[in-house]
Ligand binder design. Structure first.
Ligand code: GLC
Ligand code: CA
Length: 555
């Protein structure tokens, strides 16, 4: 396996508007982030993935970009960005930018031109189509509810938007679009950034002829049938040749509906496309009949299978990213652990252990290192996310589901759960802001916050810090092969990692809220305990407490 820095790194994702507010307007900003770099240094992470900070009308919190080369004034200025970059670099922390190029904002200059006339030079920057029998050109549904086509009066045609109608899809089949995107990427690279996280990059090549999709996606219209389209690898190879290969970058493609087979190509070890992908098989396990909206929890046995399939499937051929959390996912403690104060912290550590000992590059999402939890939503007006708000409307109207039944489902899975402010201390505004936060602060900030966790040697924070340190020190953790043990055990997530030279470790995580027994294989009995989440408990005595987790390396 070829070694590179990004295979040995741990990434920390920042959602800028919710991280740290430096000027009291209730919105996190770049200066706020710069002020917290020492905190991130202490945690030990190597790379920051910055969610979008570009100019944007914010129909989708910045994932709708109106100028790729300008900073949203709410977040600061380009000088603030440059300062963040140089201060991060001074601390040995790299910065990876979010690259949102499946679509732009409808307020981007390209789209403003494009919609003016059918003959505008920018017309083919986007995907325009005549009405078919007076309707949308096909049955595609948007990811944020409703059809994926918007009729535009000016020219009497529809444009495609797989997401919000303020997020028109770029036409990647047009070489001028590729030139413009690559040029912009090169501009950021020359600024000295360290890579890109590529938003929904698996969707950029639309199926030839824009055919109707099977309606198995229910209300969500099967937009994911757009994934891995006919020319996506060609486009990424061109991007790689023309931009990525000229710099030493880390690239991660958010790949909706990718499979192990397609990821082997996207993240191939020859390096002709991307460094790694985000896949979502594991995040889809607690969905329901209407897409993700469900109060179901992630079931352990299927989770183990999905993770193990990806671990062994990509081993030696491509590279995994390891994540349970991001700005689109509810908090993992709620999905897989316990929010009961008695078990919250230990379950957060158990969850972290199960992920951070795998092969791949781990991602930590802001607040995950504190064991932050979902927000206790009580009413619809507490939601900010366009996806949740639209889903309420569409599902009640179209499926007849009652509000009483729907509310807990959306509350459980809303992306807003991840977007509540970072909890820095127990003071007013949780130390996030001196003003009124743009979204509610989780009331548990008085107990769960950075300041108290920094003081507590047994905190979730210090556990993450140790997991990161272990990875930095261990070739076995970074590069070892993976084998799942006890695949059918309903409580225990157990696996081993090993290298050809005989180095080997065992990871054991008890996801049950009751005690368990487990006989440790002979060869690990004299092993070295690398980490354990219940300090002082003899992990070799064959018993496991609720959410107990440990890692033993053979000596
Ligand atoms: C990605 C982003 C998500 C955004 C969507 C459209 O899935 O992670 O936040 O809404 O793409 O850009
Ligand atoms: Ca601010």
């Amino acid at each position: 396996m070829k070694k590179t820095w990004w295979k040995e790194s741990v990434v920390y994702q920042i959602y800028p508007r919710s991280f740290a507010d430096s000027n009291g307007d209730g919105i996190g900003d770049l200066a706020g982030i710069t002020g917290k770099l020492d905190y991130l240094k202490e945690l030990g992470i190597d790379v920051i993935w910055l969610s979008p900070v570009y100019q944007s009308p914010e129909a989708d919190n910045g994932y709708d970009i109106s100028d790729y080369r300008a900073i949203n004034p709410k977040f600061g200025t380009m000088e603030d960005f440059d300062r963040l970059l140089s201060e991060a670099h001074a601390r040995g922390i790299r910065i990876v930018m979010d690259l949102v190029v499946n679509h732009t904002s409808d307020e981007h200059a390209w789209f403003v031109e494009s919609r003016k006339s059918r003959t505008n030079p920018k017309r083919d920057y986007y995907i325009w189509h005549d009405p078919v029998d007076g309707h949308e050109p096909n049955n595609w549904g948007s990811c944020f509810s409703g059809p994926a086509w918007q009729y535009d009066e000016t020219t009497g045609q529809y444009y495609l938007h797989l997401f919000h109608k303020k997020q028109p899809d770029l036409n990647w089949a047009n070489p001028a679009v590729r030139d413009a995107v690559f040029d912009m990427m090169d501009w950021w690279c020359r600024k000295g950034i360290d890579g890109f996280r590529m938003d929904v990059i698996s969707l950029i090549s639309k199926p030839d002829g824009l055919p109707d999709f099977p309606t198995d996606g229910g209300l969500y219209g099967g937009w994911y049938h757009c994934a891995n389209g006919p020319h996506v690898h060609e486009y990424l190879q061109e991007m790689n040749r023309r931009v990525l290969s000229k710099y030493d970058l880390m690239t991660v493609g958010e790949c909706s509906a990718t499979t192990i087979e397609t990821s082997k190509q996207y993240a191939n070890s020859e390096g002709t496309e991307l460094s790694m992908t985000f896949s979502f098989d594991h995040m889809g396990l607690d969905g329901g009949k209407d897409y993700k909206w469900s109060t179901k929890r992630i079931p352990l046995v299927p989770l183990k299978k999905v993770m193990s399939d990806w671990q062994t499937g990509l081993d030696g051929k491509a590279w995994n990213s390891l994540f349970y959390c991001n700005h689109d996912q509810p908090r993992i403690v709620d999905r897989l652990g316990s929010t009961d104060p008695k078990y919250r912290a230990v379950s957060a550590k158990c969850i972290a252990t199960s992920l951070h000992l795998m092969q791949g590059t781990p991602y930590i999402y802001e607040g995950e290192e504190l064991g932050m939890t979902n927000y206790p939503f009580r009413s619809i007006d507490e939601f900010r996310d366009v996806e949740s708000i639209n889903a309420f409307k569409e599902l009640t109207e179209k499926t007849g589901i009652s509000m009483e039944e729907l509310f807990p489902k959306i509350a459980a899975k809303s992306r807003d759960n991840a977007r509540t402010p970072m909890q820095w201390n127990a003071g007013p505004g949780a130390g996030f802001t001196t003003g009124t936060p743009w979204i509610g602060i989780n009331p548990n900030y008085t107990e769960i916050n950075v300041e108290s966790e920094l003081k507590d040697p047994d905190s979730v924070f210090h556990y993450y810090q140790k997991l990161i340190r272990l990875r930095h020190e261990s070739e076995l953790i970074c590069y070892g092969h993976f084998e799942l043990l006890l695949p059918d055990d309903p409580d225990l997530f157990v696996y081993r990692r090993y290298l050809e030279d005989g180095r080997e470790l065992l990871t054991v995580c008890n996801f049950a809220e009751h005690g368990r027994t487990l006989e440790i294989p002979e060869r690990f009995r004299d092993g070295r305990v690398l980490i354990q989440d219940i300090p002082g408990h003899d992990v070799k005595d064959g018993t496991l407490k609720p959410y107990e987790a440990y890692v033993i390396e053979k000596v």
